[in-house]
Design a protein around this ligand. Sequence first.
Ligand code: AMP
Length: 391
Amino acid sequence: MKILSVNCGSSSLKFQMYEMPEEKVLISGVFERIGIEGSFYTIKINGEKIKKEVELKDHKVAFEILIDELKSNQVVKFLDEIKGIGHRVVQGGAYFDKTVVVDEDVIAKIDELSALAPLHNPAAIVGIRAAQEVVPNAVQTVVFDTAFHQTMEEETYLYAVPYEWYTDYKVRRYGAHGTSHKYVALRANEILGRMNTKLITCHIGNGASISAVKDGKCVNTSMGLTPNAGLIMGSRCGDIDATIVPYIMEKTKMSPKEMDTALNKQSGLLGISGVSSDSRDIEEGIHKGNERCLLAQKMYVRRIIDYIAKYYVELEGCDAIIFTAGVGENSASTRREVMDGLKVLGVIADPDSNNVRGKETLITTSDSKIPCYIIPTDEELMIARDTYALV
Ligand code: AMP
């Protein structure tokens, strides 16, 4: 059965088509700069990458081209072969604790939650509408980044602010990257050969979050109401003293929007180093002796260690620590620094096996009290699996 995984941004559309249940990727690609001058798309099929420059007026046009490509590359002969289309949605609020089939009520709820994810949720709706028009007979599903975290207890997801902020404005911790945390936790349980495990999953990419997962269920996660909480990220500050916000707004006369931009786009690794949000540039800066790059890296690693330590205590132990996403999968030095900072918990890094990129690997020694693994994430596959199950 052919299932399409779709991830729509405001000006992009990423897709991956699977033959299920074999989980074989048939074709994948990305449409970029939709609705903007200079739009193009790239497609990967049979190990070959093709780039085409073409006007992409909106997401519907992108979907139509996608279908033409599926046909011309003989991935499908007829549209009806596509039985399911799974859409990634960033914010599902407290409404959704699992993947669901799209109907008008579901779309209305995603729309209502746009206030909490103003860049992402409206783009997902545009993608769903476009897919409905172009492939009307496929079952459309929505897979929420927040769903995996809905198992957190009230005492974990509430903030210690006036309770009415929660009841009136839905202010609480929702988390993000749930599809990724769920995928790597499932895979870790397969590796460990059991489900009753205590895992700490570290999704460290440009955005970054850590989750505590007990028996396959999320008990805590570092992102909050929005993805700007917890860890220090590429350009996001993560946890800060909330009173910094009104203090600086008063001092500098910044508007709420300008403050939001500063905290989301000008902070994190970029804010501290003054060089870049990309950890590769930070590593290069450190090699060149840039003191602020070194400072940024130390703060970045410190925060990861703090969260792992916090979740170790909360879980009352840990059977495995997982590293995933751009930095987690690729940066041997960040992983090593984190593992070295966890020596007190009995973590012993294996420098040889840690010297690897993007490959599922055990990166601690056999006598390490907690095994650490790299597990490359695969959110598209999770979307395809959930969609296949619902179809
Ligand atoms: P993601 O958001 O998961 O796509 O991760 C993107 C981030 O991964 C980039 O911004 C880089 O900071 C980081 N990254 C990718 N490749 C490497 C690498 N080889 N070494 C260090 N960091 C990397």
